[in-house]
Design a protein. Structure first.
Length: 202
């Protein structure tokens, strides 16, 4: 489900195609896997792979983890998370992943702090990494924001609303939400059923 798309018109449709296919890919994995599992449970590398496959299946091309030049206090060689080309967009992306607990019973001020702060940090870290990439192509900061909770409470619903309101305050980005069809529990009995993918032009 695409929640937000405030990208310029020449990017909006292409990125929407990617987001729609990304959600389809996560659903397909869930359906094909014999048991309870989801791609978003895994680390950043796995999530980037699912995004790259979505780009291919949406009609673009993508490569992951390739060598490139980085700039900063000193120039150096490093690796970029993602290059992709779809329609008229040729771009590089740097991605980060964060887990946010949404079910702890807290007052609203503390809940806002615990939810909004990690969203700002994960997006800022992706922006910082993409800022170091030396490229002639466009740049996108990418964030995978996963939520978990131990019990279904009103606080969990409030926290989800805060997440989505927070993301709506950013400019020049697109956000999609994936929810698993069933209840997925970690070994610590946390329920991990929701993932947000943020693609921000920078």
């Amino acid at each position: 489900m695409i929640l937000i798309n405030s990208l310029p018109e020449n990017h909006s449709n292409s990125i929407s195609k990617i987001l729609i296919q990304w959600e389809k890919n996560l659903k397909t994995y869930e359906e094909k896997y014999e048991g309870a599992d989801s791609i978003h449970w895994y680390l950043e590398r796995t999530n980037i792979g699912a995004l790259a496959s979505a780009i291919w299946m949406a009609g673009g091309v993508a490569i992951e983890e390739y060598s490139s030049k980085k700039v900063g206090e000193r120039n150096y060689s490093g690796r970029n998370d993602l290059y992709f080309h779809i329609d008229d967009i040729k771009a590089v992306g740097e991605a980060k992943l964060a887990w946010i607990k949404t079910g702890a019973p807290k007052n609203e001020n503390l809940m806002v702090l615990d939810v909004v702060k990690p969203i700002g940090e994960v997006i800022a870290n992706a922006e910082s990494d993409i800022g170091k990439v030396e490229t002639e192509h466009e740049k996108f900061a990418i964030a995978f924001i996963n939520t978990y909770h131990d019990v279904n409470t009103e606080e969990e619903i409030k926290a989800v609303n805060i997440i989505e309101k927070c993301l709506s305050n950013y400019e020049n980005l697109a956000v999609a939400k994936f929810c698993t069809s069933g209840r997925l529990e970690s070994t610590k009995k946390n329920v991990c059923t929701r993932c947000y993918l943020v693609i921000a032009k920078r």
